[in-house]
Design a protein around this ligand. Sequence first.
Ligand SMILES: Cc1ncc(COP(=O)(O)O)c(C=O)c1O
Length: 417
Amino acid sequence: MHNENSLYYRDGQLFMDGVSLNAIAERVETPFYCYSSAAITAQIADCQSAFQKLGASIHYAVKANSNLSVLRLMADAGLGADIVSVGELQRALAAGIQPSRIIFSGVGKRRSELLAALQAGIFQFNVESLPELQQLADLCRQQGCTAGVSVRVNPEVDAATHRHITTAIKGSKFGVPLEQLETALDLIVQSEALALHGLAIHLGSQIVDVAPYRKACRRLRNLLNDLRQKGYVITHLDLGGGFGIDYGEGRYLDFHRVADTFHQELQELNVKIAIEPGRSLVGSAGVLVSEVVYRKEVEPLPLLILDAGMNDLMRPALYQAEHRVMPLVESGRPVETCGVVGPICETTDRFLQRTDLPAIQAGERVALLQVGAYGAVMASAYNSRDMIPEVMVSQNRYRLIRRRIPQSDLMAYEMDG
Ligand SMILES: Cc1ncc(COP(=O)(O)O)c(C=O)c1O
């Protein structure tokens, strides 16, 4: 479940799968993201073994990390994709993911995006509103094609995660409200262009307890039995993603526990199950390598000012997330309490308010852990900074999987005068 096997000290240097992170930093300027392909493949294999007994199809949520090399690992393992934009569709297809394994989620799919996905022949549209359903039906009629559709329903289950990443409570913008579900199903059944697959849910992200999943399954089971009695033919259930990883507190959701819960609650229903894991496949497999630009001796705590900022890794500023820090060299210096911040002109550009680390000096490097998901994909060029590179380590070697995008390239898109 974790990247502990991939990250370790050897002769006092921090290694990822046989490669010294300092050696990479000598060639690839900091800050940069670095992923372990072995850690990602191990997570994929664990997920596949857990959900095999359900016969579930796994659709990697591309939004978690959409680098083509990461997507290629998913494609090679036979996974499908859960996409939320035409850009993600292009990436998934470019990485070799079969259209017949692609599900399109999202509350605001534009007409042009629906069209692109129809033309690609994707497996399923998870529709989130009545107007979207109407739009898709019209488009199919015009194009003379059919679309596989599931209705993402809001099951009104509080996933008890961070309020910014809970998605299935009453009043949420996500999913069709329960009271509109039958209207949505009727629209599908009455349209010759739409083929009803079933229902979809997604409770939120970084969920560390099976209880919300169990509750949602029971709700879905009742709903499904009720709908079947009314004559609706429901063959598919998409249970979304959200499986939490261990950011250092020892709390995470084991794939096997989730799979067992789904199995216990849904086995009699005779439906084809799909899941959409993102974070749990890639989150623990990545680090952000950064150099300490300055060490600022201030009260109440000394501050390590990194060359990585909130534009490179937004999670702390966005979700108050904490990513543990490890020095790239084991110095044996006494442990001190310090703060870890970025260089951006924003108060929220702070990675750790207070943490215990062996005293670290300017010019030394650190790794921020568990940043493989919602890290590089959320980065921006704020403060006119470069978009930082991404590196993949596999079989004792590393390679650049996205080069730095310098400000000079970004400025070239602007019209001066
Ligand atoms: C519809 C949908 N499916 C799957 C995911 C993936 O969630 P996670 O990365 O927490 O597994 C998300 C993320 O927000 C989502 O919105």
